[in-house]
Design a protein around this ligand. Structure first.
Ligand code: F6R
Length: 241
């Protein structure tokens, strides 16, 4: 694993954005695995800026997102499709029909997961998979559990994740309790994994993921098994490493 240490969130975002940009420049038809959440926003802003400046071209890029809340429509401002549109897709010259997010409106969980697995299969492994990390070590919505689940599946979100996500909703009751997420085999199939972390509240998870045992109790620890992982983090998130 390679660690890119930024002194703060801004510097971490720049270091991480450079890694993504290099992938796009070296292969304009690349497949980007993308994440939502607060942490990648600074990185996306940098990619948008470089696109506006004519340095980065997204016209041939394909993207696959990690996850989506079950029950939220794309126009719901808390859905991950909405997040991706507003933070990246609507701001760069990407073809929308080349961007994929699990279908949160599909009520049939088996179908939603099978459909997304088919898309992932067709698109092929990501050239780079961007990940954030939850305070409990989750990646995508692969929550701590007894096993690493290989493919797209529906998950019951843990109390800790619901509580962390509640900052974006008016009440705790409004936070969706289920989500569809890419599985661990798909994440590990990415050629490069770029994981971003910022803030003291991520320090324990970052430590457990990379210095603790490989265990589904800390889902991000599976990344110790990948041969090309870049951790871009700020001083606070690295404070226990
Ligand atoms: C988002 C996702 C989640 C987040 C994680 C960290 O698509 O898959 O695993 O990456 O919850 O979220 P933030 O960055 O908001 O702390």
């Amino acid at each position: 694993m390679r660690i890119l240490r930024g002194k703060d969130y801004g510097e971490m975002s720049l270091l991480a954005a450079r890694i993504m940009a290099a992938k796009i420049l070296s292969n304009p038809s690349c497949v980007l695995g993308l994440a939502t959440g607060s942490t990648p926003i600074g990185l996306y802003d940098k990619l948008v800026k470089w696109n506006e400046e004519g340095i980065l071209d997204f016209s041939k890029v394909t993207t696959v997102n990690l996850d989506e809340y079950k029950g939220l429509t794309p126009d719901n401002d808390q859905s991950y499709r909405y997040f991706m549109n507003t933070h990246l897709f609507d701001r760069v010259n990407i073809r929308k029909d080349h961007t994929f997010v699990p279908d949160g409106t599909e009520k049939d969980e088996e179908k939603a997961c099978a459909d997304y697995n088919r898309i992932l299969e067709e698109v092929g492994p990501a050239d780079i998979q961007l990940l954030g990390i939850g305070r409990n070590g989750h990646i995508g919505f692969n929550e701590p559990g007894d096993a690493f689940i290989p493919l797209t599946h529906s998950v019951q979100l843990t109390e800790s994740t619901i509580e962390a996500n509640s900052r974006f909703f008016a009440t705790l009751e409004e936070v969706p309790k289920k989500a569809y997420t890419m599985g661990m085999k798909t994440i590990l199939n990415a050629k490069t994994v770029l994981i971003v972390a910022s803030g003291k509240d991520k320090a324990q998870a970052v430590h457990d993921a990379f210095e603790g045992p490989v265990t589904p109790a800390c889902p991000a620890s599976v990344l110790q098994l990948h041969s090309d992982v870049v951790l871009a983090a700020d001083e606070d998130a690295l404070s226990l490493m």
